[in-house]
Design a protein around this ligand. Structure first.
Ligand SMILES: C[S@@+](CC[C@H](N)C(=O)[O-])C[C@H]1O[C@@H](n2cnc3c(N)ncnc32)[C@H](O)[C@@H]1O
Length: 292
């Protein structure tokens, strides 16, 4: 899966005119594929994403030995299994540890710290959800914040659900291994939870106990959510930018239902919940609290 930076570079490298392209790619092809992306994943692909779609899917055409996008659309129509590769190819997975770090300061003081104090000497239950977790940097950041703040972790029932529609990034997240230079994104006081792998100094491994808090699952946010129970914190950051207004509104309603009263919803810095958000109050920069 292309990370955002790679895909942008690839998009710029593309010849604009169809005649110069390796595969024939018509307006109808783009519109047809955009419709599948919307129907399957809620992802809205504006016209400006045409080159991006071309470059990301060209790899699929090569792998499948197809000569035109028309052929690829037919293949996608007739092979349900191809939908997974299609979604993996078109989703944008850019992420990093401690991205938009003030969210984690807030999580530490308002959720985890309060939980630790309220449950001192007894056992408590804490649930967080990273919805659109990509390759795992976001849920592992939540995990190390929890680990640092709660010294008697074994006493409690703490889980972080990490979901994404893209199976390729979920695989990377489950492995919990990252390039060594990812350490640059991690504040010094958290670096103890990320160590070079034995015999592979170019690989950074997430602390085993922190990893054990995170469960990765494939979940399409547009479908049913097959879990019960409410969350203390939901992170859905830099995901809703790919959705249109009505899809976003519906999703926010569903997140609100899934939050405990007093729980928090964190969204990306470039996102806003334009208009009314029944049941939620804005309590910080891109941080919402479910009203009691
Ligand atoms: C840019 S990443 C955001 C990662 C992380 N939340 C962050 O802010 O760093 C967006 C993620 O949303 C996922 N996504 C897009 N549409 C989705 C859907 N319908 N259901 C679940 N995940 C989706 C993509 O696969 C991608 O991994």
């Amino acid at each position: 899966m292309a990370q955002g930076t790679q895909s942008t570079a690839a998009a710029f490298a593309l010849p604009a005119a169809d005649g110069e392209r390796e595969f024939a790619f018509s307006d109808a092809d783009f519109r047809g594929l955009a419709q599948v992306a919307y129907e399957q994943a809620g992802i809205s692909l504006a016209d400006s994403k045409r080159n991006l779609v071309y470059s990301r899917l060209s790899r699929r055409l090569r792998a499948l030995g197809l000569a035109t996008f028309r052929e690829y659309r037919d293949f996608l129509d007739q092979n349900i299994a191809e939908r997974e590769s299609f979604i993996n190819a078109i989703s944008t997975n850019l992420t990093k540890f401690f991205r938009e770090s003030h969210h984690f300061d807030h999580l530490r003081s308002e959720v985890v710290g309060k939980f630790a104090r309220a449950n001192a000497g007894k056992s408590g239950r804490l649930r967080a959800w990273s919805a659109g977790c990509s390759s795992g940097e976001e849920p592992y950041t939540i995990a190390v914040v929890i680990k640092k703040e709660i010294r008697d972790l074994e006493r409690h029932d703490i889980r972080i659900l990490a979901t994404d529609i893209d199976t390729e990034v979920l695989g990377r997240g489950s492995r919990g291994e990252y390039p060594a230079n990812s350490v640059d994104d991690i504040p010094r006081n958290y670096q103890e939870y990320f160590r070079p792998a034995d015999g592979a100094p170019d690989t950074l491994v997430v602390d085993r106990q922190a990893r054990s808090l995170v469960a990765f699952k494939r979940l399409n946010l547009m479908e049913q959510w097959p879990f019960k129970g409410a969350f203390d914190a939901i992170f859905c950051r830099n995901v809703m930018i790919y959705f249109d207004g009505p899809t976003k509104t519906k999703l926010i309603e569903r997140y609100t239902e899934k939050l405990k009263p007093g729980g928090f919803l964190y969204i990306g810095h470039s996102e806003s919940l334009n208009g009314s958000t029944p049941g939620l109050s804005l309590v910080g920069r891109t941080i919402y609290r479910r009203e009691a």
